[in-house]
Ligand binder design. Sequence first.
Ligand code: BF8
Ligand code: SF4
Length: 669
Amino acid sequence: MCPALQTTDAFLTEGPRRKRRGSFVSGEGKVKFAMSGWNQVTTVEEMEADTQRLRDTACQVCAETYEDRKRNQTPQCRFGEDGICCRICSMGPCRVTPKAPRGICGADAHAIAGRNYLRMVAAGTASHSDHAREILHVLHMSSRDGNYPVRDEQKLIRLAEEYGIETEGRDIYDIAHEVAETALMEFGKPFGTQRFAERAIPERREVWAREGIMPRAIDREIATAMHMTHMGNTADAEALVRQGLRCGLSNGWGGSMLGTEVTDILFGTPTVRRTEGNLGVLEKDMVNIAVHGHDPVFSEMVVFAAEQKDLGDRARAAGAKGINIVGLCCTANEIAMRHGVRMAGNFLQQENAVLTGALEMMCVDVQCIFPALAQLTECFHTKFITSSPIARIPGSTYIEFKPETALEQARELVIMAIDNYKNRDESKLFIPEHKQTAVVGYPTEQIIKELDKVTNSHVDERGSFRPAIDAIRAGVLRGAVAIVGCNNPKIRPDYSHFEIMRELLRNDILIVATGCAAQLATKAGLLNMEAKDLCGAGLKRVCELIGIPPILHMGACVDISRMMLLANGIARDWGVDISQIPVVGVAPEWMSEKAVSIANYVVSTGIDVYLGIEPQVKGSAQMMELITEGTRRITGAGFIINTDPHDLVREIIDGIEAKREALAAVGVL
Ligand code: BF8
Ligand code: SF4
């Protein structure tokens, strides 16, 4: 065991210290700001009070928000809720009831719920993977002096070597283009399985091969899912669930992993950065531009344009102090991790950002964008810009973003926002004060670097997860939990994330977070080094020893692939299967089809997934059994569902302790 973890007292005072500084983008490049220091968490009640105040503005301007629309939608359709409405052919729609247990074709509740579920996996897989494909095309046209140069050459070379591509003596851009072409073949190759599946430990690959769920080409798995669910095909729920696992794997160990790799290659692998989060990052005296969505090809360029001096001068000439770029949803995670750009909030905060009356522009790319932003921005001076043919929204200004003209277009957008500053209506302006400092940027590579700090005297352990394993074996850490996913108005927004995070920290369970869950951690202040004070003694000691916050921000939802490699690395270095390690996933407030696809690849990787929102299959007892227990028979992991966050977190802790006991029983704890 790492001796540092046994003799902690010395390390309590000797742990690494970092300077407390951050930066945000303005018209003069990165502006440094002194971190105000961490006092206490921002509570969900405080966040709700801000939202309530912004709803007053909504009333004032006669705008509706998701809460109004939710009221109009209540009660929601029970058949849809239970997954037993079928409309996949025009003989339907067919709804299953006790009196009418089969659709016109004879499909029963299990077939209908199973088909609907698999279609969600297919749509989620398509979304993540197509996002990755777009970025691969940008890598394919990358050039030294173009809009998109390669920023992480080492990662490119590593991937080229993994692919068996010659690197010796070749121009880096020739390599980049060949890597992109090879990776693009992962989507449609007629034969073989996903190359990245080879990264998994042998135990996992054996499970995937044995169960017939080794993922083939990404497009093939999506097409197979759609074909199986066409009228007149599969009515067997288990076969549908199995294809859900396979299709999910083509996302997690295919599309999403490609998305993460290529984003790192093009824009740099994230490292630790300071930033801030919550609506208080909007600036009263600056031109505020929110970038929202997922594809960093767009947001990176807007950030770059806003840093150019002439645009800063233009903003000042317009009476502002500069340009303030902020992020929403996963775009926020991407640019915070690479540039320290501040995060305005998560999924259900997107309308709030407009309601501040302080946004000169909201630019969006793809995924998780409310079409409602078009009507809402009309009540303010805010320009609403859509940029992708994948997300066309009536009422927006559509400027199709093209890599060849990206910088020019990004500059035009920033200029449009600056010129809009004069139209701001002070009577509608209210920026909530709450914001928190945060430390972000922990991809797997960074986590290994942090761990290496405590293995200086154990050279053989450098580059491994041994220190983390030692801490878990010693019981200093009980385990680790990946908290991921969205907000969902079905439950109190952000409350489940907050309650679950607090309780896990108290119980010495390290958290890694992505997506909108990571944003809640940011808003609450849980990504500060000082949040260690909320932890049990063991986790607090680990945080101090290594110099990390107790929640590690790993990125956007597409970066859940990083978490798979983290779990894979821990299991490899431990010498056990992934399903044995005390590591689980939790999506307390999930809502999207992407989340369903993610849950499927996480379970296929052998990691239990705890859900705070019920999947829409309740109308089929067979489907409920299959996703909770059936997948466990196939992959060694399943879903655990509980809509009460306090009960759910208890189940998570019990699950982690059960895994520890099982490891002890076979003598490896
Ligand atoms: O992909 S967590 S609401 S923003 S789907 Fe969307 Fe959900 Fe947020 Fe990122 Ni992920
Ligand atoms: Fe109805 Fe069968 Fe058509 Fe579905 S596929 S709508 S159950 S007839």
